[in-house]
Design a protein around this ligand. Structure first.
Ligand code: SAM
Length: 712
């Protein structure tokens, strides 16, 4: 290794940054586990920010000429100054990653800003629209257009340890231009395609882990045969304490046939359970139709026949269970329970009370059998209405005696079954309040999970004519989440590869089923599909042009889909045709009583932004941290403080008295932000706040609160 250390030292003399990078990789390599998943972590990723104006100090790339479809130039430059030459703004550029280039001048319009993942970023959010049907009390779903790594970093401030479930469906690394590493498609013949994919996933999953509630949460990742083995190992390495299970899910029973191979009908779903997270019982075992305990809620209880059916249940086999039940000849109701008779007594000798006749536990062939309970229990049940006579036909010698089994009686006593009324003979009418449920299996074969019908077809109804490759079945995502958030009506769900926004839609459906207030945070970039990119470039368009950005996934698919799901109307304003046909059936045009707000991630420069502008960009982060509910404080309040539905903001700490009064009467306030650089001041103010509120300190230069350095 000493030779390597020497070489690193030599490299550092020539290029300091190169030396630092080499040394870091060397350290990683030398500390690497001898077993487990070994892969190349690659150059830190960089992301292009097409809509970010170019400023002095920025890292940039030079865009290909308009009209060119050539691969972009990936070399990095730094802007050292910007000057106006004639009508054009022109930047002076210094080369960043290689000494073999000269500095040069390039028009600003031909440059694109780049954020490397090792850079500290100052994220902000700009609202780009809203649909509101959920009222003030219900949290808003959010869709964030941005690079997910940076959004995840920003969420470490708003949602550290607060997320109940993450669902992701990352690019499957098919080799068919389904994702980019460093702005370059990862193709099938790229020797490093697996390690690039792992490096990309590892970076994001490490940040995502910080968001999950360590006490009880789940990470759900869908994947297919290209990467499922490597992903499994990666998950084990990142979540060593978690319980990991993999479900095989049939998504197209007709199959994709490839010669010499088994036909592909399935995908895989990893469930990473953290802390006390357990799989909730379902209504379906997910594999076949044995819906044994489906949908118990509201279902009437089952009455059983009282006569024992097994062949050994003959008179004399058990003492005390051969006795008469007297039924009124007029009403057909049970009148009373007789005493058990011993084996020597002929049952014909028993005299029935006046106006009644005796019913004995007789088999269909007339042999004497046994009742299922003792006469003492039967007497109690008669008082309680847990035993009844039905189909009374004394002339045919037939009467059916029914009773409620002990499990049902227990459930009535502890309230799991509700008595809703009584029949004329006092027998109870009762229905299940709870769901019994079945343990789901690890192989899912549910027709509604079909990717075509539950995914593409549903999407085509919501946003007709807009194509999105391989959306997940809405119902598959709903089922996957239900196993973990069914009993968490206020769950926070995150999908940071959200594509068409299926997860948000699934969360809305879950809320509708049980009146929940769950919220989904969707993150996706505004990538334009590979074939469309070519056509746009040929027309002379480039990323950042509005005519280009409008076709991006977030703007063209995700936001319109989420809006359509809520409003029940297509982007053209037409009622959505068709019905949801799954656990419940209702017209898609009904929409949902939910709200969603759409944002775009921004990258601020801490030096050049004034306090007011900086505050406006971080305002949505304060609102998100307080639960994404109700009004937002978008500008610094002129009064020095403001209180809205879920949080308060104190800017003028010298004038706090009216603020204390306002927060004391705000019953729903969760968080209070206090702007001060003085720690003692902050502590003094928190003492005036009700204990139920979380005080959060903000530095006066707002953006310093939100500087996220890379952990690499
Ligand atoms: C396989 S799709 C997800 C499909 C989604 N589950 C659905 O049902 O529509 C993956 C999505 O992640 C987005 N994506 C990929 N890399 C990303 C990144 N680095 N940041 C943000 N989004 C990304 C892509 O735009 C793509 O739409």
């Amino acid at each position: 290794m000493s030779r390597l250390t020497d070489l690193i030292a030599q490299a550092r003399n020539k290029d300091a940054q190169l030396g630092v990078d080499l040394e870091r990789e060397f350290r990683v390599l030398s500390s690497r586990l001898p077993f487990g998943l070994n892969f190349e972590r690659h150059r830190p990723e960089a992301v292009e920010l097409p809509q970010r104006p170019v400023r002095k100090g920025d890292k940039v790339r030079v865009l290909p000429e308009r009209g060119s479809t050539a691969r972009g130039d990936l070399r990095l430059w730094q802007v050292t100054s910007v000057a106006k030459i004639g009508q054009k703004k022109v930047a002076d550029l210094e080369p960043l990653d290689g000494p073999d280039r000269q500095s040069c001048k390039v028009p600003l319009e031909d440059l694109i800003v780049v954020a490397e993942f090792r850079d500290t970023i100052y994220p902000g959010l700009v609202s780009t629209g809203r649909v509101a049907r959920g009222g003030v009390d219900k949290p808003c779903h959010t869709v964030i257009n941005g690079e997910n790594y940076h959004v995840l970093k920003a969420l470490t401030w708003t949602h550290r340890g607060k997320v109940d479930a993450i669902y992701i469906d990352p690019p499957y690394n098919t080799g068919a231009k389904d994702w980019k590493y460093n702005n370059d498609y990862v193709e099938g013949d790229d020797l490093y395609r697996h390690s690039k994919w792992l490096a990309m996933m590892e970076r994001r999953l490490l940040v995502a882990k910080e968001l999950l509630n360590p006490a009880d949460s789940v990470l759900i990742v869908s994947i297919d045969e290209k990467e499922y083995l490597r992903l499994g190992l990666l998950l084990e390495q990142i979540f060593p304490e978690a319980a990991i299970e993999m479900v095989t899910s049939v998504i197209s029973a007709k199959g994709v046939a490839r010669f010499g191979q088994f036909s592909r009908v399935e995908e895989f779903i990893y469930f990473v359970r953290i802390g006390d997270s357990v799989v909730q019982l379902g209504e379906h075992n997910m594999l076949d139709d044995s819906r044994s305990a489906s949908a118990q809620i509201g279902r009437a209880v089952d009455w059983l026949g009282l006569r024992r059916r097994e062949p050994t249940a003959r008179r004399g086999a058990r003492p005390n269970q051969f006795y008469p039940i007297f039924v009124s000849s007029d009403s057909g109701h049970i009148h009373s329970i007789g005493k058990a008779i011993t084996d020597e007594v002929d049952r014909a000798e028993v005299v029935a009370p006046k106006g009644t006749f005796a019913v004995w536990p007789l088999r269909p062939n007339g042999d004497e059998g046994l009742w299922g309970i003792t006469p003492e229990t039967a007497t109690r049940y008669l008082q309680d209405g847990f035993i009844r006579a039905r189909n009374v036909k004394p002339e045919l010698g037939r009467v059916a005696i029914h009773y409620l089994p002990s499990g049902t009686v227990d459930a009535i006593k502890d309230g799991r079954i509700e008595i809703t009324g009584r029949d004329a003979d006092n027998a109870v009418q009762a229905v299940y309040r709870d769901r019994k449920g079945v343990i789901p299996k690890r192989v899912w074969n549910v027709p509604a999970h079909n990717a075509e019908n539950g995914g593409s077809l549903v999407l085509s109804k919501l946003i007709p004519g807009r194509r999105f490759p391989f959306p997940k079945s809405l119902f598959a995502v709903e089922d996957a989440l239900r196993f973990f958030v069914a009993l968490k009506p206020a769950a926070v769900v995150l999908d940071f590869f959200s594509g068409s926004g299926t997860a948000a839609h699934a969360v809305m459906r879950l809320n509708r089923q049980d009146g929940g207030r769950r919220q989904c945070i969707c993150v996706t970039n505004n990538e334009v599909a590979a074939d469309e990119q070519r056509a746009l470039r040929e027309k002379g368009l480039r990323p950042g042009d509005p005519e280009w950005e409008q076709w991006g996934i977030c703007d063209y698919i995700t936001k319109p889909r989420v809006a359509a799901a809520i409003t029940g109307k297509t982007p053209e304003g037409q009622p959505i045709s068709g019905d949801y046909k799954f656990t419940d059936e209702f017209p898609m045009a009904e929409g949902f009583e939910e709200s969603a707000e759409f944002f775009t991630l921004t990258y601020e420069t801490p030096v050049s932004v004034s306090h007011h502008a900086a505050f406006t960009r971080i305002a949505p982060l304060l609102w998100l941290r307080a639960g994404s509910r109700g009004q937002r404080i978008d500008r610094l309040p002129a009064a020095g403080w403001a209180v809205v539905d879920s949080y308060g903001l104190l800017v003028d700490v010298d004038n706090a008295a009216p603020f204390y009064e306002a927060v004391a009467t705000a019953s729903d306030l969760r968080v209070v932000y206090i702007v001060t650089d003085d720690e003692r001041r902050f502590q003094a103010i928190t003492r005036h706040l009700p204990a139920r509120m979380e005080p959060v300190r903000l530095y006066e230069s707002y953006l310093t609160n939100f500087g996220f350095a890379n952990g690499e």
